[in-house]
Design a protein. Structure first.
Length: 701
């Protein structure tokens, strides 16, 4: 097993595994790539939503007189006159259906006008009357609303217990019992949520350009809400400027855009201003963690308890599954992993990159570091000592698990020297930290089609969504590989709900799910071509694939990707400022299909983890009941000057129990554990444990 390094040898015949640059790179940098709000059908109008300005209560009146008197205003939709929607599983999409206000920022009207500026002015001129009720947006220990849900996200049981973790903890010679806090966080993709909807009343057809992570689900939901047959709805998403989970389910903007085009008989774009996003497209819910670890003096874990408290909204139960990685990571019989949630008057949380694992592994991997301190043991060795032979919670064998190899490889590359005192350079304290990463392997059924043309070119159609990850490129590589042709013989068409159904770009499952269908369609086409004699007919030859049978088969293995992060930080004893000097990750995520785009996924995740550790924070203001940080001036994501040399490496992992390409998914594991490695480095540097993120100067000093 050796680390893979990217080479620049892009051998066309062996496309898979080579660092092919993004196929749409030129379109993006030259501005010819069109995003949802940039579609410009004739007579296009614009919608601007009106957010509620109370945190709990109801609307008593909406006065649209002044708004409708403004020039170019076409309509103002209110809870009293908006179209009645059909059913949806997601109550956050039941917009303008009643007068209740479940949280500040909930949409209570939509202004539509000829121009974007006109719509915005009209929205500001809408007068809304409210009856406010008391609100509560503060999650805390002992909150009377806390309850144990039936399930947490991902369909995992909320509570798991093995043996007697309390007795084992009480009897453990070495113990840590620690609490951590992760604040709400926001995805803040570069492209804010936007949709352009065009209802053709004559044809009875709805066309929607949506900035989303998957068009199949958007089509299904819109068809249900607007009571249309699915074949009367087409959703397109050729280019998407990031999502990180916030676009993995349909969002209010697309429902409002469709309401408006149906009402006004013109195409309508709803492009949300960034200031709206915090309240209406989801957030990573805050989590309060208590972790108890018991060990023998040699480092063998004897007890593990991870208890998570989190919030959801009054609209929808959404429970961040942050204790779940404790069921995967370490060999310990006596364990409890459990979640409780309180429904508060807050915006509805949702998916954000590696939901569950990201906050959960921050807490667990920080606690492991504290245990290593208590034992006087190298934290790498502590993890190696407790590496399990089978998945602890289920007892199933791993399809592959190379966490120890990631730790060893990372330690060598980083120059890890174990448990050593901090260095000092003038006012700077310098320390290093390590943490592990894990993320499950998900896969979902998908369909794809492949066509061979008489001129020797190929068209491959799959309703994948490239949210900036490089999916388009990697899927083209998979196709070329399966067809045995050069990459430039393949054209890939994606982002269109008229193609066979596919899952979203989420759960790090995109490439595996879509790629499997592409692989199968191309393999079937190759077989057809092999049996075909003579020149191809003008229409060419086609083959399609549907992986419903193969992708749904559950192998008897626990399937997870693993990784290890190493961080070196400096803490300024004068200003309290922490800066990351080095960040290095080694991942075991199956076969790496494109080293260039894979590296970007890994380092992108690591940088997001850096932001989580040091700067990112969305605070719920108890008085106003809203997020205080609502734009990128207040919500601090890392910028270039914050990001040092970040290195991502990987183990060449061959796992036969995944999918035909052998990949485990790489979109999310990069963020998992990164914040813990940085936090552990800060503790090593300063000699103090800080257990509340982010590690801002006021906390560090
Ligand atoms: Mo990802 S948070 O599953 O889009």
């Amino acid at each position: 097993m050796s680390p893979t390094t990217a080479t620049l040898d892009t051998a066309a015949q062996a496309s898979l595994g080579t660092p092919v640059p993004r196929l749409e790179a030129r379109d993006k940098v030259t501005g010819t790539a069109r995003y949802a709000a940039e579609q410009n059908p004739p007579r296009r109008a614009y919608g601007w939503p009106v957010p509620a300005t109370i945190a709990h209560g109801r609307v008593t009146a909406v006065d649209t007189t002044a708004a409708l008197a403004l020039p170019g205003v076409l309509a103002v939709l209110t809870p009293y006159d908006a179209p009645r929607l059909g059913p949806s599983d997601d109550p956050t999409l039941q917009l303008l259906q009643d007068t209740r206000v479940p949280h500040r920022g909930w949409y209570v009207a939509l202004a539509v006008a000829d121009t974007l500026e006109g719509a915005r002015a009209a929205a500001e001129a809408v007068r809304v009357g409210y009856e406010a009720e008391p609100h509560d947006v503060t999650l805390r220990e002992g909150h009377p609303g806390l309850y144990t849900p039936e399930e947490v996200n991902g369909g995992y049981p909320a509570h798991r217990e093995h043996g007697d973790p309390d007795a084992a903890f009480a009897a453990a010679p070495v113990r840590v019992d620690v609490r951590y806090s992760v604040p709400p966080l926001h995805n803040h993709a570069m492209e804010p949520h936007a949709a352009t909807a065009d209802w053709d009343a004559g044809r009875g057809h709805l066309t929607v350009y949506d900035s989303c992570q998957g068009t199949t689900v958007v089509r299904t939901v819109l068809a249900g809400l607007f009571r249309l047959p699915e074949d009367r709805v087409t959703v397109l998403a050729e280019h998407v400027g990031g999502g990180f989970g916030s676009k993995s389910t349909p969002r209010p903007h697309v429902v409002l855009a469709v309401m408006a085009t149906r009402r006004c008989g013109r195409p309508v774009t709803v492009a949300l201003p960034r200031q709206h996003l915090a309240a209406c497209v989801g957030h990573r819910a805050p989590t309060l963690h208590r972790v108890r670890l018991g060990a023998r003096p040699d480092g063998t874990l004897t007890s593990l308890t991870h208890e998570v408290l989190t919030h959801t909204s009054r609209v929808r139960e959404f429970v961040e599954q942050a204790a779940v990685p404790g069921r995967v990571m370490y060999a310990v019989r006596d364990s409890r992993t459990t979640h409780r949630v309180a429904a508060l008057d807050v915006p509805t949380p949702s998916w954000m990159r590696a939901p569950g694992e990201t906050p959960g592994m921050y807490a667990l991997e920080s606690a492991m570091d504290e245990l290593a301190d208590a034992l006087g043991m190298d934290p790498v060795e502590l993890r190696v000592r407790n590496d399990p032979a089978t998945e602890p919670d289920s007892g199933r064998p791993f399809s592959s698990r190379h966490l120890v190899e990631c730790l060893r490889e990372g330690a060598t590359r980083f120059g890890w020297t174990g448990h050593r005192p901090p260095l000092r350079e003038g006012p700077l304290l310098i320390g290093s930290g390590v943490a592990a990463a894990t993320y499950p392997v998900y896969i979902a059924p998908a369909g794809a089609r492949a066509h061979a043309r008489p001129d020797g070119s190929y068209l491959v159609e799959v309703n994948a969504t490239d949210i900036g990850t490089g999916a388009r490129t990697v899927l083209s590589q998979i196709a070329a590989d399966a067809l045995g042709v050069p990459l430039d013989a393949v054209t890939l068409s994606l982002g269109n709900s008229a193609l066979p159904p596919t899952p979203v770009a989420g759960g790090s499952a995109g490439t595996a799910s879509w790629g499997w269908a592409v692989h199968d369609a191309c393999t079937a086409l190759t077989d057809r071509l092999a049996r075909h004699h003579g020149p191809l007919p003008d229409a060419g030859l086609s083959a399609s694939a549907d992986t419903t049978q193969s992708a749904k088969q559950k192998p008897p293995y626990a399937r997870h990707a693993f990784g290890a992060h190493f961080a070196e930080v400096q803490a300024d004893t004068v200003t309290g400022e922490v800066r990351v000097r080095r960040l290095l990750g080694v991942f075991a995520a199956g076969r790496i299909l494109n080293p260039r785009t894979a590296r970007s996924q890994f380092i992108g995740g690591m940088v997001m983890g850096l932001g989580m550790a040091l700067t990112e924070h969305s605070g719920l203001d108890p008085a106003f009941g809203d997020f205080a940080e609502r734009d990128l001036a207040a919500y601090h994501v890392p910028v270039n000057a914050d990001v040092p040399a970040v290195e991502a490496h990987w183990i060449d992992e061959h796992d036969k129990h995944l999918n035909p390409m052998g990949g485990k998914g790489i979109g999310e594991i990069g963020i998992v554990g990164a914040a813990a490695a940085i936090g552990n480095a800060v503790s090593r540097a300063t000699g103090r444990r800080l257990r509340e993120l982010p590690l801002t100067p006021d906390r560090v000093l």
